[in-house]
Design a binder for this molecule. Structure first.
Ligand code: AMP
Ligand code: MG
Length: 414
């Protein structure tokens, strides 16, 4: 018997096929804006950046010590040089260094032009203005060349690039303060369902609190997204249609939860068919089978399932790659690693399954993973405990304790 959820059922795409369809259907948004370096963390660069200066700008000392010319080094005997002055970090020694002289120098200070060695202070005996060096000091030591890290005009950050803390430091060291980044994606999201009550109100009979908008607002907390929460929309076709059409006019992406299935009150697919275009609406993953992807005008639409765990899983597996592509971020696959599963896991063959897990690493470096608890798509308790997904292939029909499984550690998105 064919599992109605198996990819053999023709309307169901595999996750890989769905991701391929999403990739083909969307283009990065045009448009960029200027931000200050302070506000650039996590933003997507819109133009490659070249260094206007050498980094470091000057030849400077790598140690506290004495700068001298190697012509003055005596290879066979201890020798003495006269102290001409001091080169401080930020206050260079101004005069030319004469033969027979050395300069007191501190880490980061400019090395006088005539000097080509810095001798560590620990190797030297200072007697007021007479500085005594041992025999056979190595020449050319402890000096950082100008432009040693980056030459003037060299590429600092290449596209595609999401700016990290390290990038901010690098750009600051080149004196760059205004950065051209991709504009933020305009994203609207709302929950659908007559049973939903916003938090802050007393629960009524037969109702539940709307949790999906809170998961979504957490998942959408990213400096590249300008996400607007449009609240809860009841299961009313006209209402939903109006809301979707209105939101599609001034957003790049709309994300909804609920109503994407085939129940009497599930209108999302119908509306998308009449006022936009459906690309696909079912994917063979668990949790998360009913998922609609399409467009309303030029606005991308994701109709996520209503079940709260399915919302998080489908967002991370399908919406995240789409949003990354839309805002021009570098493409990357989620990190997967192999771990020994310490608990038995139930699974029927048919769909690729994401179960919540707790991943640990032993002192010898080996990974083990245990189930994080109840796996129902309507349950959120286990995702709150979990730090990874255990990824079980479609054909897998259960895991025994001791089996090796593939694990996807959570990124910063959860
Ligand atoms: P639906 O896809 O609309 O049939 O919803 C599937 C299940 O998810 C039902 O049990 C809904 O009550 C539940 N659900 C839908 N939306 C939400 C939400 N925003 N917060 C919590 N549960 C929800
Ligand atoms: Mg519903």
């Amino acid at each position: 018997m064919i599992d109605p959820c198996s990819p053999a059922s023709k309307s169901l795409l595999s996750l890989g096929q769905a991701l391929e369809r999403i990739k083909e259907a969307i283009n990065p948004v045009a448009g960029s804006e200027k931000v200050t370096l302070k506000n650039a963390l996590g933003r997507i660069l819109s133009k490659s950046i070249y260094s206007p200066i050498n980094i470091p700008p000057d030849r400077n000392a790598a140690m506290d010590g004495y700068a001298l010319s190697s012509a003055d080094i005596d290879r066979e005997h201890p020798f003495t040089l006269g102290l001409a002055g001091t080169s401080w970090a930020g206050k260079p020694f101004q005069n030319p260094l004469q033969p027979g002289q050395c300069v007191r120098i501190f880490t980061g200070a400019v090395v006088p032009e005539q000097a080509d060695s810095v001798i560590m202070q620990e190797q030297v005996k200072a007697d007021r203005q007479a500085i005594n060096f041992p025999a056979n000091m190595p020449a050319g030591q402890n000096i950082r060349a100008a432009g040693e890290d980056i030459k003037q005009g060299e590429l600092l950050c290449a596209l595609p690039k999401k700016l990290t803390a390290g990038d901010l430091g690098l750009l600051a060291s080149a004196g760059i303060h205004d950065i051209s980044v991709k504009r933020q994606l305009k994203i609207a999201f709302f929950s659908t369902g007559d049973e939903l009550i916003p938090i802050g109100r007393a629960l009524e009979p037969g109702k539940i609190y709307d949790s999906n908008r809170y998961s979504l607002s957490g998942l959408l907390a990213d400096p590249n997204y300008d996400a607007v929460d449009l609240g809860v929309i009841p299961d009313n076709k006209q209402f939903l249609e109006n809301k979707l059409i209105e939101a599609s006019k001034n957003h790049d992406v709309i994300i909804t939860t609920g109503g994407a299935s085939v129940g009497e009150a599930d209108y999302i697919k119908e509306i998308l068919e009449s006022c936009g275009e459906i690309n696909f609406w079912k994917v063979a993953i668990k949790p998360g089978k009913p998922l609609a992807f399409g467009k309303i005008g030029s606005c991308c639409f994701f109709g996520l399932p209503g079940n709260p765990l399915a919302v998080i899983v489908t967002f991370q597996q399908m919406v995240t790659p789409a949003l990354k592509q839309l805002c021009g971020a570098p493409a990357s696959n989620p990190l997967r690693l192999m771990a020994t599963c310490t608990t038995a896991l139930k699974k029927g063959p048919g769909r690729l399954e994401f179960q919540t897990g707790v991943l640990t690493q032993a002192g010898n470096g080996e990974f083990s993973v245990a189930s994080a608890g109840k796996q129902g798509s309507h349950m959120l308790s286990s995702i709150s405990r979990a730090n990874c997904y255990i990824v079980l292939p479609a054909e897998c029909s259960g895991i025994q304790a001791g089996d090796t499984v593939s694990v996807e550690p959570f990124s910063t998105l959860i």
